[in-house]
Design a protein around this ligand. Structure first.
Ligand SMILES: [Zn+2]
Length: 135
């Protein structure tokens, strides 16, 4: 059977790539890791200030672990392995800090808005926040 040569099939390869399970893992890792930029950009544009949401760190963690598995079990390249061996540490730490901050947030008894742990007054309605925070 002659190879398909109409895009996206090029000489019998999808997008010109020789596919395998590990190639799929590697490309999925690339897609997940790259998607974090769109998440961060979207949230920053929406709030009109630079924001790094927890989803950014989850995508960083998942993408880098997929790329680490690809590097370790398929490519077996020391440069590539080292590049993805350690980033899970700051990603996980940022998720822990984010979780602690969310948990310590102070709810407004008047309107229900969650305020940062250090807030004294609600930024939406101006009500004084209760004494339930960590400060
Ligand atoms: Zn309020």
């Amino acid at each position: 059977m002659p190879p398909l040569d109409h895009f996206p099939w090029i000489y019998g390869k999808f997008l010109g790539i020789e596919w395998s399970v590990w190639k799929a893992v590697g490309w999925l890792g690339n897609a997940v890791f790259f998607s974090r930029f769109f998440v961060q950009w979207y949230v920053t544009e929406k709030r009109k200030q630079v924001v790094v949401p927890a989803l950014f760190w989850w995508l960083s963690l998942a993408g880098s672990l997929l790329l680490f598995a690809y590097a370790l079990f398929y490519k077996r390249d020391s440069v590539f392995i080292f590049a993805y061996a350690l980033p899970w540490i700051p990603y996980t730490r940022n998720l822990i800090i984010h979780h602690r901050h969310e948990k310590a947030s102070r709810p407004c008894s008047a309107c229900g808005l969650l305020s940062p742990p250090s807030a004294v007054y609600c930024s939406r309605c101006g009500a004084k926040l209760g004494e339930t925070g960590i400060f």
